[in-house]
Design a protein around this ligand. Structure first.
Ligand SMILES: [Zn+2]
Length: 408
C-alpha cells in the first residue's frame, strides 16, 4: 500500500513556518501573539483556505479549521498543537503537530471519500508561556483549569497584556467557537527527551504526562563574619541547604524508579562573599507519573528535610508552589495505535511525557492521546532541535490510519 501522506508537503510547509522568526544561527523566536506568530497564523490560515476548511477562531485566539463530515451530528476528531515558540527555540516543537494534523485532513479530503465524522484542526494560543508566563494557558482555559480573566490579563515584560495583543493582531473570535465536546483529540509532538533514541524506536505512544509538584524551602542559620567565626560553631544556612539537597538527590537516585527531583533555584542571603549565609532558599521540582507514588514521594521528601535539619539544628519552612497531578491518556486509543503499529511493523515505545502539553488540559474533557517522534540528542527548546523525516513520516502515517479508522 502506498502512503496517502505526503512527507514532501509536510517538509515544505515546515520550511516555510521555520522561516518566520528565523534566527541567523538557526532556530526561531516566534513568541506567542508577536508579529511573527501572526505571520505563521496567516500562512496556516491560507493553507486551510486552500483546503476549503471552515475557518474560525475563538475569544482566546485559538484557530480552528473544520472539514465537515457526512453526519454533522457526530462529534469531530480534533488534531493539532501550537505554532508559538520559546525565544531561541527549535523549529519542530508544536509546529509538527499542526502540520501533521493538516496533512492527515488534507489526505482524507483528497481521497475524495467524505468522512462520516468531521475533522477539526487546532492551533492553540500561547502554549509555551515564554512571553506570557503561564504555559498551555488557552487549553487550560478551555478545560476550565484557568479563568478567561487570568489569561487576558497575563502581561509580558513590556506590560502588554494578552488582551492587548489579541486586539492589535485581530485574532479574537467568538467565545461560542471554543473547542467543546469532541470524539477524540490527538496531538503529535517531538519527544523533547532522549528515551526514543536510547530505545531505538521511531514512535512514542504516550500513556500520559508525569505529575509534578513544586516546593520552596527556606533554611535559617546565623549570618556571621567569614573570618573570625570558627568552623565548628557555625550555623551556615547555605551548607545546611546543600546537605538537605544532597540527601534528597542521593535518595531519589537510589530509588531507580521514574521519580526525578531538581533544585533549579538556590539563593543564599545576604549573598556576600565574606558573610556566612544566614538564610538560604531553594526550590524543588519533584515528578512521577503515578499520583499515589508522587504523593508518597512528597511526604518522604519533607521527612528527609526534617531529619537533615534536626541533625543540623537549623530552622526551616516549606511552601508548596504548584501541584499538577499526573494525566493518563485514553487507554482504548493507545491500544488501537499499538495494534496499528504491530500490523504495520512500526517500531514503537510506550512511555510517559516528562513535559506538559496542551493535550494535558484537553484530556479533561475530550478523550485524548499523544504521539511522540524522536528528538535527535533529546534536544529541544534550542536551535539544534531536530527530528528525522523518516520517523515523522511513520508517525503521520500512523495518525492517518488511526484517524480514518474513526472517521468512516
Ligand atoms: Zn510544544
Amino acid at each position: 500500500m502506498t502512503s496517502p501522506i505526503s512527507i514532501t508537503r509536510i517538509r515544505d510547509r515546515h520550511a516555510q513556518i521555520a522561516g518566520i522568526g528565523a534566527l541567523a544561527g538557526g532556530g526561531v523566536s516566534r513568541l506567542a501573539l508577536s508579529d511573527e506568530d501572526k505571520q505563521a497564523r496567516d500562512v496556516l490560515q491560507q493553507w486551510m483556505k486552500e483546503l476549503n476548511l471552515d475557518i474560525s477562531q475563538d475569544d482566546l485566539g485559538n484557530m480552528y479549521g473544520l472539514l465537515p463530515g457526512r453526519d454533522p451530528s457526530l462529534d469531530p476528531i480534533v488534531l493539532g498543537s501550537h505554532l508559538d515558540s520559546v525565544p531561541n527555540g527549535g523549529t519542530f516543537d508544536g509546529v509538527l503537530g499542526v502540520l501533521a494534523g493538516l496533512e492527515v485532513i488534507q489526505s482524507i479530503k483528497e481521497s475524495g471519500k467524505m468522512p462520516e465524522r468531521p475533522l477539526l484542526l487546532v492551533n492553540f494560543t500561547n502554549e509555551e508561556g515564554a512571553r506570557f508566563p503561564v504555559p498551555m494557558i488557552s487549553s487550560g482555559v478551555l478545560a476550565e483549569t484557568y479563568s478567561t480573566q487570568k489569561m487576558m490579563t497575563l502581561t509580558d515584560e513590556n506590560h502588554i497584556t494578552v488582551q492587548n495583543e489579541l486586539e492589535r493582531l485581530v485574532l479574537q473570535g467568538d467565545e461560542t467557537n471554543r473547542l467543546q465536546q469532541a470524539h477524540a483529540f490527538l496531538e503529535l509532538h517531538i519527544e523533547q527527551g532522549p528515551v526514543l533514541e536510547d530505545e531505538r524506536r521511531q514512535i512514542g505512544l504516550v500513556k500520559g504526562i508525569q505529575g509534578l509538584s513544586w516546593h520552596e524551602f527556606t533554611i535559617w542559620g546565623d549570618a556571621d563574619h567569614a573570618g573570625p567565626s570558627p568552623m565548628a560553631s557555625r550555623a551556615d544556612a547555605g551548607i545546611m541547604a546543600m546537605k538537605a539537597m544532597l540527601a534528597l538527590h542521593e535518595w531519589v537516585s537510589s530509588l531507580e524508579d521514574q521519580t526525578t527531583i531538581t533544585f533549579g533555584r538556590i539563593k543564599t542571603e545576604p549573598f556576600t562573599i565574606n558573610v556566612i549565609p544566614g538564610k538560604t532558599v531553594f526550590s524543588a521540582d519533584i515528578r512521577h507519573p503515578d499520583k499515589a507514588v508522587l504523593d508518597q514521594r512528597i511526604d518522604e521528601m519533607l521527612k528527609m528535610v526534617e531529619q537533615t535539619m534536626e541533625q543540623e539544628s537549623g530552622n526551616w519552612e516549606e511552601t508548596s508552589l504548584s501541584y499538577m497531578p499526573p494525566v493518563t491518556f485514553h487507554e482504548p486509543f493507545l491500544q488501537e495505535l499499538e495494534s496499528i503499529c504491530r500490523e504495520q511493523n512500526f517500531s514503537y515505545y510506550s512511555m510517559f511525557s516528562g513535559a506538559g502539553h496542551d493535550a494535558m488540559h484537553i484530556s479533561k474533557f475530550i478523550p485524548t492521546v499523544m504521539l511522540f517522534v524522536p528528538s535527535i540528542g533529546g534536544k529541544s527548546h534550542h536551535p539544534a532541535e531536530l527530528s528525522r523525516w523518516e520517523d515523522i513520516g511513520q508517525a503521520v502515517q500512523l495518525m492517518h490510519e488511526w484517524t480514518t479508522g474513526h472517521c468512516y
